[in-house]
Design a binder for this molecule. Sequence first.
Ligand SMILES: NC(=O)c1ccc[n+]([C@@H]2O[C@H](COP(=O)([O-])OP(=O)(O)OC[C@H]3O[C@@H](n4cnc5c(N)ncnc54)[C@H](OP(=O)(O)O)[C@@H]3O)[C@@H](O)[C@H]2O)c1
Length: 186
Amino acid sequence: MKILIIGANGEIGKRLVLGLEDKHEIITAGRSTGDIKVDISSKESIKDMFNLVTNIDACVCVAGDSYTGSLDSLDEEKLNVGIKNKLVAQANLVLIGKNYINDKGSFTLTSGKMGDKPGVNAVGKAIANGGVNSFALAAGLEMPRGITINAVSPSKVSNISDEDLINGYLKSIEGNTNGEIIKINY
Ligand SMILES: NC(=O)c1ccc[n+]([C@@H]2O[C@H](COP(=O)([O-])OP(=O)(O)OC[C@H]3O[C@@H](n4cnc5c(N)ncnc54)[C@H](OP(=O)(O)O)[C@@H]3O)[C@@H](O)[C@H]2O)c1
């Protein structure tokens, strides 16, 4: 399988690449690192990436910033960090990428536990993660050409074993799962 991983140099991405590269062809992408440079907060940059990398079976996104801080410290600008860089960025990846990815390909987005089991200082993350989850649930009903979409929602990744982390992502990448939130280590 040819798998494009955006955010491949991050905490989750590095572990995913190590877990998948033996069995699959991996193309890495990131803002400043990887085979392909992309900024997923820019539609033009996403289009450029899909024009460069062809014949993709699975597109995995483990990238997207959001704001961490108290409710008191929040304002519209801080909320928009996650909305723009994590929620809308990953939605755009699918809206654009579904025109390029192979038939029966898969999109795997990343949300996070703070979307449905938040702690304090997590409103900025919660709103982005909840949106990513809802996008995957609803978009899964309408994806064309047998393409699937899921959101992986990990808890704190440093507490997750490599096996659980990789199997969570593989459930979306390799399986027939569609329109689901795949929770890891809740
Ligand atoms: N770490 C956790 O415990 C955890 C738990 C639940 C959910 N999550 C979520 O999982 C995602 C990844 O987390 P992480 O901890 O692995 O992040 P990380 O270590 O900060 O790495 C993020 C990666 O994404 C790339 N990136 C960031 N913004 C980008 C953009 N606009 N366009 C393209 N690439 C971009 C970075 O590329 P460069 O290195 O090239 O700049 C980097 O490789 C985040 O959305 C995070 O909220 C993380």
